[in-house]
Design a protein around this ligand. Sequence first.
Ligand SMILES: Cc1ncc(COP(=O)(O)O)c(C=O)c1O
Length: 397
Amino acid sequence: MATHVSRRNFMGGVAATVGYLSTRPSAELWAQGGPAAVAAQRARGPMTPEMYDRMAKIANNENNWGPPESVMKAMNAAWKYVGRYGYPDGNIVEAIAEHHGVKPENVLLGAGSGEILDVVGTTYLLGGKKVLGCDPSYGSVYQHATAIKAEAIKVALKPDYTQNISQMIEMANRHAAEIGLFYLCNPNNPTGVVVPKQEVEAVVRNIPKDMPILIDEAYHHFVDDPNYEESIKYVLEGRPVVVARTFSKIAGLAAMRLGYAIAPAPIVAKMRPFSMGSINALVKHGGVASLKDTQAQAEVKARVKALRTKCSDDLRAHGYRVIPSQTNFFMVHLGGRQVQPVIEEFRTREILVGRPFPPMTDHLRVSIGTADEMDRFMKAFKEIFPKRERQTNAAGA
Ligand SMILES: Cc1ncc(COP(=O)(O)O)c(C=O)c1O
């Protein structure tokens, strides 16, 4: 059932009740895991900063190396503006537009791409329209739909964990009058699997021409698959496509909250009234520096790939199937166990791993952390799970 509680009221309530918590349930935690994640954190009680620092943090698909020197320098130089409303913002909108070969009027900033997902949802779902997407996917879009009394039509993944694009196209046409938004998470979270470019094109060309499509590319920087393509070209074609991007992942700025939408100018104009427009001064300057530092991003990508490959290979050698991922996280099959108690077992070993993603509750999502964190994860995994014969899955891994 829908829980019609606004995010702001809910967080206010939590803060009032447990105001002493040194690590409060954050709005981001709510966006990532919904009421279950916040309730679980409350039930566990306070986590001190010292406890948090000791944890291996491979739960939230962050960049565990943090932003590079170039970005830190740019943000530090912007402290002098923090008491201001109007100040030089580094021309962040223009820098993003130039980066993508679009115009500033095609860019809408958000406090993380999470805000963009909410804004797109509010723009196109108010009044009871439905969002169509795959299941499981990044739940924030569906949670926001519930919060504004809209509904979701969710299409199950195929047995090889790819999105069932032909069925989604069929549903989009069959239920066109009810659907306000087509959501395509590419690569998908929690599986790390991409939608190939031919299938993205099939969506754009074969669903009703005026149906808005939200393409969430939070993890596109990590992809190597030659069959993958970014979707901004459809915005340039003037299609009703909104591409959501974030500085939270490869750029290492999750807590600074910066994301954006690239969309045709009339769509940006339609969405703008629903956005807060509250981006902090430091991250505007950090974001500009980050766009320029392609070397730092390439290094993060290479590190993530090497650690993902090593950890996935070790898990397979230990007898557990891993879904091949193109992102900074992957899913491992738990050999018949359910994920919630496994999450708790990792936690007692000071390792934070991903939340449950129904209906895939027999899988665990693991984010790629530092080499040390991945070693701690593997050691704990071997303590919790016995060695078995090597297995294969529908994705051939
Ligand atoms: C697929 C996807 N989209 C969007 C987000 C939102 O990230 P942020 O609000 O930090 O940009 C996330 C965060 O984990 C995500 O996994």
